[in-house]
Ligand binder design. Structure first.
Ligand SMILES: Cc1cc2nc3c(=O)[nH]c(=O)nc-3n(C[C@H](O)[C@H](O)[C@H](O)COP(=O)(O)OP(=O)(O)OC[C@H]3O[C@@H](n4cnc5c(N)ncnc54)[C@H](O)[C@@H]3O)c2cc1C
Length: 467
């Protein structure tokens, strides 16, 4: 382990092993493997939030349905058991982009529905007895150099155009009253976000759907999805409806290699903070926290007083490869730690307990989608980029309406049945994605070295990526 990662006398942080969240609750043993050929009404491929929310709402809407969720490893193995725990109403792709493509009224409704989805997740967790350590304190975005301040003001202008977001610009003092971050110039606070313990939510959901009669066939990898048929090494599962809920792993499925690229996100978490450090930092509302860098870092404070912080690390592996066990390299752990200590110098001596990573699905237009093709009986949801914790709930409810053939307020939202063009073949894909992140990193350095406005290279990168 490099000295950058572990300071003197400190033990090495764990790396991989899925995530800290599973260190906390224990890695589950897979159960109920598919045992030979079978048939059912709905086969959902992937037991993350998307698959489990779809199963939850379908089972409640029609308890007579035979619903199976087919999962390669165990429920919550993917991003749903590894994420930063932001239950956020943010819409991937941004409202202005949607407003260029759809009527404003529909985009407004989309945002309001996402706001409600945060509360829906909280309500279901309460009703079903899922203790996911949820606290709703909103999101705080912090500006720490003049160019970031510029972007905080752009956010404030956007919030004036879109009051549905409910965001407001905070002075440096108001920001520090929420969380005391070194070098803060200003903040922007959005109310529609809660902090959660990701694995507690996904495992709680798995238990809940099992109670409703849904079977989850774990340790059962699907190799191909065809109309009315999911093929696995353990047998063939016939179904009237099939839902593809494989998100960052979708590239592994036949015919889907260039649909969504698997992008990595990495995280570290500290040991519980000493009382005096907690008192100095504040963070009494448990806001989720992000900086306004281009290669941004996102963070939460856990119920047991640790700080978890995530960022991009190695953004993409050549050929859309996915790394399953969540291991993360020492350089990424060191970089995340350096960011954390630059925010909170008072915790420079607090050891890092764990580092891990996961994959998220990114469509070519950076906008999530949910859809269902009645002619093939195949539905899908994903491409959430970094904001799927709440959107998966809305996706699950939307898939339910689509599969049951009900036109509802949800099925007309602008993300339904959207298809982005496929990603470029390699090596263009690798060069493009790594090039973009180099450009963003360069822009961040220029801005920390005194550039007062957003670096033009970042704006060009935004144009190219469609972000
Ligand atoms: C490190 C990290 C931090 C993040 N932080 C946040 C955050 O704070 N807030 C936020 O909103 N979003 C965040 N995200 C994104 C968010 O976690 C995801 O958008 C969300 O969990 C997606 O849920 P899902 O069910 O669609 O996918 P997943 O949880 O990835 O589930 C897909 C499942 O499909 C299974 N599977 C894949 N292929 C097959 C197959 N062939 N056969 C059977 N099963 C298969 C996988 O094993 C997996 O369990 C983060 C992601 C990562 C990786």
């Amino acid at each position: 382990m490099s000295e950058q990662v572990a300071s003197a006398g400190e033990r090495e942080p764990l790396s991989g092993g899925i995530s800290h969240w599973y260190n906390d609750i224990g890695i589950p043993e897979p159960t109920d493997r598919l045992d030979g050929d079978d048939e059912c009404d709905v086969a959902i491929i992937g037991a993350g939030y998307t698959g489990l929310w779809a199963a939850y709402y379908l089972a409640r809407a029609d308890p007579t349905l035979d619903i199976r969720v087919v999962e390669r490893r165990f429920a919550g193995f993917g991003a749903s058991g590894r994420n930063g725990g932001w239950l956020s109403a943010a819409i991937t792709g941004g409202l202005d982009t949607y407003a260029r493509l759809f009527p404003r009224e529909l985009v407004s409704r989309f945002q309001l529905t996402m706001n409600d989805a945060v509360d829906e997740v909280i309500a279901v967790a309460g009703r079903e007895g899922i203790d996911a350590h949820i606290r709703k304190g909103g999101t705080l975005l912090v500006a720490r150099n003049p160019a970031q301040l510029d972007r905080a003001e752009e956010l404030a202008a956007m919030a004036a155009r879109w009051p549905e977001i409910g965001g407001r610009l905070l002075t440096a003092t108001e920001t520090a009253e929420r969380i005391d971050i070194a070098g803060t110039l200003a903040g922007f606070h959005e109310p529609h976000c809660a902090r959660i313990h990701p694995a507690r939510l996904v495992r709680g959901l798995a238990e809940t759907v099992r109670r409703l009669g849904v079977r989850i066939h774990e340790d059962t990898a699907v190799t191909a999805i065809e109309p009315r048929l999911a093929t696995t090494a353990r047998g063939r599962l016939r179904a009237r409806h099939i839902v593809r809920a494989t998100e960052g792993f979708t590239a592994d499925l036949a015919g889907e290699h260039r649909t969504w690229v698997p992008m990595n996100s990495s995280m570290i978490i500290t040991e519980p903070l000493p009382k005096d450090a907690l008192e100095q930092i504040g963070w009494q509302h448990a806001d989720t926290l992000e900086d306004l860098s281009h290669v941004y870092s996102y963070s939460q404070i856990t119920q047991d007083g640790r700080i978890a912080i995530g960022g991009r690390g190695n953004p993409y592996r050549y050929g859309s490869r996915t790394d399953n066990d969540g291991s993360v390299d020492a350089g990424t752990i060191a970089a995340l730690r350096a960011t954390l200590v630059s925010w909170f110098p008072a915790i420079a001596d607090v050891p890092i307990a764990h580092g891990w990573s996961g994959v998220l699905g990114v469509p070519r237009n950076w906008r999530a989608t949910v859809g269902y093709d009645r002619s093939t009986g195949i539905g899908w949801a994903g491409g959430y980029v970094g904001t799927g914790v709440t959107a998966t709930n809305l996706a699950g409810r939307t898939l339910t309406d689509l599969i049951l053939g009900e036109r509802s307020d949800l099925t007309i939202l602008p993300w339904v049945d959207q298809r982005a063009r496929t990603w470029e073949p390699e090596p263009l894909r690798w060069i493009g994605i790594h090039g973009l992140y180099r450009a963003y990193g360069w822009a961040d350095r220029l801005e920390f070295n005194g550039r007062r406005r957003t670096a033009p290279i970042a704006r060009v990168a935004n144009l190219i990526s469609g972000r």
